[in-house]
Design a binder for this molecule. Structure first.
Ligand SMILES: C[S@@+](CC[C@H](N)C(=O)[O-])C[C@H]1O[C@@H](n2cnc3c(N)ncnc32)[C@H](O)[C@@H]1O
Length: 321
């Protein structure tokens, strides 16, 4: 007879009638969300009176609850995507659309060992812990203690207690990194290029690195550092746009407003030690190495110097014709 597998950590807070300690999300008639953990005997106060937690404990999800001021609220458990947008923040969080892409593009699987830095508010940490499950490991590094404390509380609140796969380390990744092997690395910080060498030492051959950066200058520096490093295959850069739609009768069209920009993702695979990749066959795009930046007569234009610099860069990469 096969044994029934035990439920993954936190699953008991995600199904069945509401219990003490479960998170509940109340939605009012304007679509506004209020999220809090249920505690017997407590009240939740709104500008339309209060709601007794006891009125929800024991109720099934999806019921309406009425405040003492006569306002009806729909009671549901928040989805992870709802929770990360409602939880207290120290640093800016990774939006759910990007978190989903990170899990998919870095191929984060149940049982994987993942290194994450920085932790910020812990939004991405929750997603990573979900993806690796109880048998995996997420080693998270955050250099700001105040942010680490906020993240720890957010993660605990979401899973209803400590997650068995999580290790939080307060410190700068480069100086605090432990020499334990990992299968995946996720960097969400201002200067990921400063950490590439450190994470290359712990990432297994074939392992995936993914960096989330907000600006094109960070994107460029991250990609060029990976190319020059020598222990990574050619990086790929993407951006994900999510467009919500208005669907009402015959008025079916994209919403007028959208989140226009969050960040870029850079992914790269760790190659084996001692391997020298053959030079890329693709020629750099015109202007990629700085030529044509200035008009021929522009002050300060020195085409010979530019050309020499370009040749030096190509030689360094082994790409001279
Ligand atoms: C944008 S926040 C991360 C947000 C987080 N991914 C989330 O979804 O909530 C960037 C964080 O990286 C931290 N950080 C930056 N450089 C770091 C480093 N070298 N080592 C550790 N943490 C670092 C910052 O303190 C900051 O909290």
């Amino acid at each position: 007879m096969s044994e029934t597998p035990s439920a993954p950590h936190g699953a008991e807070h995600r199904r069945g009638p509401f219990k003490p300690g479960d998170l509940v999300q109340l939605t009012d008639t304007k679509g506004r969300h209020h999220t809090f953990p249920l505690q017997p005997g407590r009240q939740f106060h709104t500008h339309k009176g209060s709601v007794d937690h006891d009125a929800l404990i024991g109720a099934v999800e999806g019921v309406l609850v009425r405040s003492s001021g006569g306002m009806d609220y729909l009671a549901l458990r928040p989805l992870l995507a709802d929770y990360v947008l409602s939880m207290p923040r120290g640093a800016a969080v990774v939006y759910p659309k990007d978190a989903a892409q990170i899990v998919s593009m870095a191929d984060i699987y149940p049982g994987a060992r993942v290194l994450e830095a920085g932790v910020g508010s812990g939004a991405l940490t929750c997603t990573l812990l979900r993806a690796v499950g109880d048998s995996g490991a997420v080693y998270s590094y955050e250099r700001r203690e105040d942010f680490a404390m906020i993240a720890a509380k957010n993660v605990r609140t979401f899973f209803g207690g400590e997650h068995p796969a999580w290790t939080l380390c307060v410190g700068d990744l480069v100086s605090a990194i432990r020499p334990q092997e990992v299968d995946r690395v996720v960097l969400d910080m201002l200067a990921p290029w400063e950490c590439i060498d450190s994470v290359a030492k712990v990432l297994v051959p074939g392992g995936a690195l993914i960096c989330y950066v907000a600006t094109t200058t960070q994107l460029s520096r991250t990609v060029e550092t990976l190319r020059d490093h020598g222990r990574f295959a050619e990086p790929a850069a993407t951006e994900t746009l999510l467009r919500t739609w208005h669907v009402e009768g015959l008025a079916v069209r994209p919403d007028h407003r959208m989140v226009g920009h969050t960040g870029f993702l850079v992914t790269a695979r760790r190659i084996a030690d001692g391997v020298d990749l053959p030079p890329r066959r693709r020629r750099p795009a015109k202007g990629a190495d700085g030529e044509d930046t200035w008009a021929p007569d522009a002050p300060g234009d020195d085409r010979e110097a530019q050309s020499a610099a370009r040749e030096a860069r190509l030689a360094r990469r082994g790409e001279l014709p």
